[in-house]
Design a protein around this ligand. Structure first.
Ligand SMILES: Cc1ncc(COP(=O)(O)O)c(C=O)c1O
Length: 439
């Protein structure tokens, strides 16, 4: 057998053993999973949460801690895929939701909080106008739809490795369930190829949509010059630019766009901004968003039973104005930068094929030493080794995404960061032979 084949067999063996331990340690999660398959396909109603042999089920949470069905506790380094920035049941958020509940829910009317919340979002992210929705998916669908109407052009440019929602997924190119827009899928962080595609489709291109850092696609930041090129080329050709900051708005007080100095025509938001409840928003230029002004004879409609629901309005307003203040955003992201630097230093010290990409409070593990600039670079990592990392982290009491993404929530402190560093150092030692291989 070649060296590579032997190594692959060694990873398979280690992974099989790790999964056996996982199965033995989690009989209640297994039983729950089997029960769940009766009503839901594969026991699942949120695709990202499924993994083999079965997903771990959690029973409760507090601060930065989660407890599984067996009663074992984990440090929550997933932070609900960026939506859980406040940790579990933050007292200020909790009080805001309690207050809203006391006032009664489901008015079928406008309420006192929605305009204050909208104003706080506009002020924070430099938007002239905003509209609220229930998910990031909706926010992007609406933003793309209004861009097509505004420009009177059909085509939508997205990027390989991008993710904008349940029906707007472009990791690995695209998905049969995607909303049927006329897409052009461009290569992320490839300025020359993207510039050429924009030029080629200029007459028909309505909008270029991208994340300023690929989140689900592996925490790969857009190169600043790539963002600036797209801004310049969209302005030149009359297309709009949407920055999807559903995940990245947490990375600085004004979102990642403020750090990069790129002002898009529209911005989409979601996740933590709803205070941990369902949320989405799209906003930006008044001349575009005002197409929804219901006083206009030709107003566009934007419906949504829960767009202004009092629970999200209250939790979101309290969170953004009292808890995740600009100062808190700066401190949390500095903590994330320091943590990622420690993790990468530990990997480099033993020359392991392991690294952590990302910015601020978002990070993702990759099982390769090569510099990761594009999704193709990330795909060169050993996927089985990444799976082993996941199961080893669970065994060490670290909760993270199966695909290796981690985020920091506000309660995460130095002790929690030390525990993650210790868990990764343990992985580097226990799996040293597998991590020493080229790649
Ligand atoms: C960048 C980005 N946009 C949009 C979405 C969709 O948000 P939601 O899951 O609320 O529909 C996500 C969700 O992960 C996201 O990461």
């Amino acid at each position: 057998m070649s060296q590579t084949a032997t190594r692959n067999t060694d990873i398979e063996t280690a992974l099989a053993t790790a999964k056996e331990s996982y199965v033995a340690a989690n009989p209640r999660s297994l039983a729950r999973y089997i029960d769940a398959t009766a009503a839901m396909p594969g026991g699942n109603t949120r695709s990202v949460l499924h993994y083999a042999p079965f997903p771990l089920a959690m029973a409760r949470a507090e601060g930065y801690r989660l407890w599984d069905l067996e009663g074992r506790d984990y440090i929550d380094f997933l932070g609900e895929y960026t939506a859980g920035i406040y940790g579990h049941s933050h007292p200020v958020i909790r009080a805001a939701i309690d207050g809203a509940l006391d006032g009664g829910i489901n008015f079928g009317a406008t309420n006192r909080t929605e305009a204050r919340f909208a104003a706080a979002i506009c002020a924070r992210f430099g938007l002239e106008r905003v509209r609220l929705a229930n998910t990031g998916t909706e926010a992007n669908l609406l933003a793309i739809s209004v861009a097509r109407i505004f420009t009177k052009r059909p085509k939508v440019m997205v990027f390989d490795g991008g993710y904008h929602g349940a029906v707007l997924g472009f990791i690995g190119g695209g998905s049969p369930i995607n909303a049927p827009f006329d897409y052009i899928v461009a290569p992320y962080n490839d300025s020359e190829a993207t510039r050429a595609l924009i030029a080629r489709h200029a007459a028909e291109l309505s909008v270029v949509v991208l994340e300023p850092m690929l989140g689900s696609g592996g925490c790969i930041p857009a190169l600043p010059e790539f963002l600036h090129m797209i801004r310049a080329e969209t302005q030149r050709t009359g297309a709009l630019m949407i920055l999807d900051e559903v995940m990245t708005s947490r990375l600085a007080p004004g979102g990642l766009q403020a750090v990069r100095g790129v002002r898009p025509d529209l911005t989409t938001l979601g996740k933590y901004i709803g205070g941990g409840l369902s949320f989405g928003a799209f906003g930006g230029r008044a001349d575009i968003i005002d197409l929804f002004d219901p006083r206009r004879a030709d107003a566009l409609a934007h419906a949504g039973t829960f767009n202004n629901n009092v629970l999200t309005m209250a939790a979101g307003l309290a969170g953004l104005t009292q808890v995740y203040t600009p100062e808190a955003a700066i401190a949390l992201n500095a903590r994330g930068d320091a943590l990622r630097a420690r993790l990468n230093a530990a990997c480099r010290a033993v020359d392991a094929r392991l690294q952590f990409t990302g910015l601020g409070s978002m990070l993702a593990v990759h099982t390769t030493r090569r510099a990761i600039v594009t999704p193709a670079d990330a795909a060169m990592g050993d996927q089985k080794l990444k799976e082993l990392f996941f199961f080893d982290m669970l065994a060490a009491g670290i909760w993270l995404a199966r695909r290796g993404m981690m985020t920091l929530c506000l309660p995460i402190d130095d002790a929690a960061c030390d525990r993650l560093v210790a868990a990764v150092e343990g992985f580097l030692v226990a799996r040293a032979a597998l991590l020493a291989a080229p790649g």
